[in-house]
Design a protein around this ligand. Structure first.
Ligand SMILES: NC(=O)c1ccc[n+]([C@@H]2O[C@H](COP(=O)([O-])OP(=O)(O)OC[C@H]3O[C@@H](n4cnc5c(N)ncnc54)[C@H](OP(=O)(O)O)[C@@H]3O)[C@@H](O)[C@H]2O)c1
Length: 239
């Protein structure tokens, strides 16, 4: 994992900041760290850039700050929302609201899709390249046995379809580019914080551990993996 140019979107988050740490630890890598504040911890091989899914123009502006193209080896989307001060995941249909459905879809599906639109053309074509977006096992329709969390599940299922569809298009013109969704496991970040008490012993990963395992998964990707949703241990998650 040397001499790579990598963009991490959501670099202020638990997992995103861990990806930046893990990837920039190799001094020959250059990491573009994109976040809403545009203020993440920098180093000589980390460049902070601002991005906000509320404005597509901010994604266009972010792309303009990446020099020499196509130049990126990996794009890692580590943004996402499950709860905030105005919403918690729904337990029942009666809890659904237009606002929380729309907000989950904006951050978990529409934002990553627009990042794919603007960033996939930046991926280099002369060697293997990867677009990887953080999905979640609960976005699997086939794996849904518990119910609940309507907006989050549905927005991640939509993200999975966007990933699969983009993988088919990209495979026609960027034959060495792999487009995947990744499930990081249950990770100790702000996103999982209200639910960590019910995680079984030993199943709550640190962000650095998860980012390290997912980096190993990304390194092993082959063109035939494009369109898949893969977990932190490399196993495939059903649609
Ligand atoms: N943690 C887990 O257990 C777990 C499990 C399965 C899947 N995942 C997925 O992994 C990904 C990363 O999650 P995390 O645990 O690292 O969460 P986190 O610590 O809460 O980080 C979320 C990130 O998303 C960014 N974000 C939120 N709204 C945004 C918007 N409108 N525009 C641009 N960026 C926005 C946040 O930026 P700000 O700092 O500016 O708010 C932050 O960088 C998510 O897709 C999540 O669904 C996490």
């Amino acid at each position: 994992m040397k001499n790579l140019n990598i963009a991490v979107i959501g670099a202020s988050g638990g997992l995103g900041s861990a990806f930046v740490r893990v990837l920039a630890d190799e001094p020959s890598n250059v990491v573009y760290a994109l976040s809403r504040s545009g203020q993440v911890k920098t180093a000589s091989n980390i460049q902070a850039i601002r991005i906000d899914y509320a404005e597509e123009s901010s994604i266009v502006d972010a792309v303009a700050q990446i020099p020499v193209r196509p130049s990126l080896d990996w794009v890692i989307v580590a943004t996402g929302i499950l709860h905030d001060e105005n919403m918690m995941p729904e337990k029942a249909l009666g809890n659904l609201s237009q606002e929380s459905l729309a907000h989950n879809f904006l951050v978990n599906a529409i934002g990553p899709a627009l990042v794919a639109k603007h960033f996939i053309p930046l991926l280099r074509r002369d060697r293997p390249a990867v677009f990887a977006a953080m999905s979640a096992r609960v976005g699997s329709i086939g794996d849904n046995r518990l119910g609940g969390w309507y907006s989050y599940r549905a927005s991640k299922a939509a993200l999975n379809m966007l990933i699969k569809t983009a993988s088919l298009e990209v495979s026609r013109r960027q034959k060495q580019t792999v487009v995947v969704g990744l499930h990081p496991g249950t990770v100790a970040t702000a996103l999982s914080e209200p639910f960590q008490a019910r995680v079984p012993e030993g199943k709550l990963f640190s962000a650095d551990y998860s980012a390290g395992r997912l980096t190993a998964v990304i390194e092993r990707l082959r063109p035939e993996d494009s369109g898949k949703i893969l977990a932190w241990d490399g196993s495939e998650i059903p649609w």
